[in-house]
Design a protein around this ligand. Structure first.
Ligand code: ZN
Length: 320
């Protein structure tokens, strides 16, 4: 039990396929987590909206959908107490581990369901949400999505976004800048009193996708005590790639260690959210193969930080 993965979209797959989280046909399920070496898994509620909601056949508002997904998460986790328990603070991960259980963290991808109401952030926190990405690929009440257009990518947080970051800091909910504009990223770097994360992004120098972080962003993130979770999406790892290869994952990790520092490295697989990618390691259960390849380039101590130490520090400095 050692890996903490900051992002997966398994809950949405669970919603769509209606099979159990324990052993359903997903890249991540509870049995695969166990055999792959999971210490804790962040389960994102990807809040569908706009045409994504249409594609998923969701008729509810983003907030209504969010509430339904909270119920689904709680149902699936409480049905499997032999394997996993929720973690609301860093200490919970340790106490779950001592009982032989993995930990689950509830997170939100796209703060669209906040919809300009600050009290919703408190409400999400009371449901157990401990990390939230400010945007996904659409504008929302907080800010704007990343873009290949440099002018659009430079857009800042909205005034409500500033308020939202302050509220998340006050509560102890980790601010996630994956999917955000670079202008928004800079606002968070200035504003946030606690370390923030890019939960599932890679290095722009190795993969030119605008979801990846530039050298400057990596440096800032490292200086602020933040972390970046390596995304396993083939197109993020390498331009035009279809294969999510172990080699390219290792290459990004080495690069980010050199730019942002070892204390900024973590996992953000994005499994169950990257259907266009062919996974060399199969699924989450293949994690040991990635760790084996990584061990040729990183020391034991470095691996421990990447696998869980860095996330535990950020979690503790946010939620206690
Ligand atoms: Zn994402």
């Amino acid at each position: 039990m050692k890996i903490i993965d900051m992002h997966c979209d398994t809950l949405l797959e669970c919603y769509r396929k209606k099979k159990p989280l324990r052993n359903g046909p997903y890249q991540i399920n509870l049995e695969k987590l166990k055999s792959g070496g999971c210490l804790a898994q962040c389960f994102a509620i990807f809040v569908v909206s706009h045409d994504t909601a249409d594609r998923c056949g969701v008729k509810e508002t983003p907030y209504g959908f969010y509430r339904e997904m909270v119920d689904l998460y709680q149902r699936e986790i409480t049905a499997n107490p032999d394997l996993i328990s929720p973690a609301l603070c860093a200490g919970d991960i340790e106490s779950n581990r001592s009982k032989g259980r993995m930990s689950s963290l509830l997170t939100v991808e796209d703060a669209v369901a906040v919809d300009g109401r600050i009290e919703r952030i408190d409400e999400f926190f009371s449901h157990g949400v401990r990390m939230m990405s400010l945007t996904w690929n659409y504008e929302n009440s907080i800010g704007y999505p990343n873009s290949p257009d440099p002018v659009l990518h430079g857009r800042k947080l909205k005034p409500f976004g500033v308020e939202a970051v302050e509220r998340m800091n006050a509560l102890g909910m980790i601010v996630d800048v994956s999917h955000l504009t670079e202008g928004g990223f800079d606002d968070v770097a200035l504003l946030s009193r606690r370390p923030f994360v890019a939960s599932h992004s890679c290095a722009r120098a190795l993969g030119s996708h605008q979801r990846n972080l530039t050298d400057r962003q990596l440096k800032v993130l490292g200086e602020k005590g933040g972390i970046v979770g390596i995304n396993f999406c083939a197109q993020f790892l390498e331009d035009h790639a279809v294969l999510s290869s172990i080699d390219t994952i290792v290459r990004h990790m080495i690069y980010i260690r050199d730019k942002a520092g070892i204390e900024a490295l973590a996992w953000g697989s994005d499994l169950d959210g990257i259907d266009g990618s062919v996974l060399e390691y199969g699924d989450y259960a293949g994690f040991p193969r990635i760790l084996h390849a990584l061990s040729r380039h990183f020391t034991e101590d470095e691996l421990e930080r990447i696998n869980h130490g860095n996330f535990l520090r950020v979690f503790r400095e946010n939620a206690g």
